[in-house]
Unconditional design. Sequence first.
Length: 150
Amino acid sequence: MEEITTSPFEILLVEDSPADVRLTKEALREGKIWHKLVVMGDGVEAMAYLKREPPYADAYPPDIILLDLNLPRKDGREVLTEIKNSPDLKRIPVIILTTSKSDKDVLASYNLRANAYITKPVEINQFMKVMKTFDEFWFTMVRLPERRKG
């Protein structure tokens, strides 16, 4: 028996590049999954959202986080560390979505307990393909933890 989803999947995209935000929105729009995308432009803002600090007191916890590593004010590594060290946030899957191909960044991200590491392809069609695969895998094949608000 198929489970019926009564609310969209909540995706938090933490990305400071307007071009990458646009591409990600477009790629997810082409997917088959009903979702709500929330975008935060830096690590400080993302953590305020996740901790439901003003002005995000009514924020709903995301099902999944797409996190760039190179962010202003608080970089992705710091954000990932805070998320995975928080009893309230640590179960949210964090997918690193970055331009870095550095083995050092990959290793550091997994050491900080990232759930996956995706290098953003430079070519638009490849990026769209990667995001379609992301969509299908994380929202069709993977069972995510139940969301809790409160």
